[in-house]
Write a protein that binds this ligand. Structure first.
Ligand code: SF4
Length: 214
């Protein structure tokens, strides 16, 4: 059980972030756990519509990949076993026509910005343009004060952990922080800040009241 003053502080940060996202023409919601998250997704995603996902540990940890495999949706499952690289590439391209795209984010700022670094670019590309609806699911651990703090979070936490997880031959996977490397294996290529959404409501951010992903 979280200390009530710590919880109060966290709630204030979530409130500020939700307000700022709304000011930037995005919808934003808070849910306390995975069950509430799934209920929210049932509300937001039409049955039988096409759904695709961006690479994300959060979606696995929150049980969302399993949820999408339930048969309720036409799920473009990039994680299906046995897919060839060609088939995965095909799914990345089909994703631009999906009704809904689900992804997490590397950071969300209290100024209402969504900040991501991609290696391949397919995730940020679909977040920016293509799917009619983009739902971004983040744990409270992804909230940062501003872009500067977001950058630090990426350099000191998210990218080194991802490089380690993916077994990359990069300096960060050895020493635990970013060296802005020139490595062949570099996973940080596209640095994308989404400051505002032109189509009102296209982007919906769901903040879950727990730590998810990194
Ligand atoms: S730029 Fe290189 S060292 Fe820095 S986090 Fe990315 S992969 Fe690691």
């Amino acid at each position: 059980m979280m200390d009530k003053n710590v919880l109060w502080n966290l709630e204030k940060r979530v409130e500020r972030t939700i307000k700022a996202l709304q000011n930037n023409n995005m919808e934003a919601y808070y849910v306390s756990d995975e069950d509430e998250l799934k209920n929210k997704l049932c509300e937001l995603i039409k049955e039988d519509s096409t759904v695709s996902v961006g690479g994300s540990m959060t979606l696995f940890e929150a049980g969302i990949i399993e949820f999408l495999r339930s048969g309720k949706y036409k799920f473009l499952d990039r994680y299906e076993e046995g897919l060839t690289p060609e088939q995965v590439k095909n799914i990345y391209r089909q994703t631009f026509f999906a009704d809904t795209y689900l992804s997490s984010s590397n950071a969300i700022t209290e100024q209402g910005e969504i900040y991501n670094i991609d290696g391949n670019g397919n995730r940020v590309a679909a977040m920016i343009y293509g799917p009619d609806q983009v739902i971004i699911i983040v744990g409270v651990n992804k909230i940062v004060k501003d872009l500067k703090e977001g950058e630090e979070r990426l350099e000191r936490i998210a990218s080194p952990i991802n490089a380690k997880r993916l077994n990359k031959n990069t300096p960060c996977a050895k020493i635990g922080y970013c060296m802005d490397c020139n490595s062949e294996d570099r996973i940080c290529c596209d640095y994308v800040v989404m400051k505002r959404q032109r189509t009102k409501g296209r982007i919906k951010v769901i903040i879950v009241g727990k730590e998810l992903g990194y």
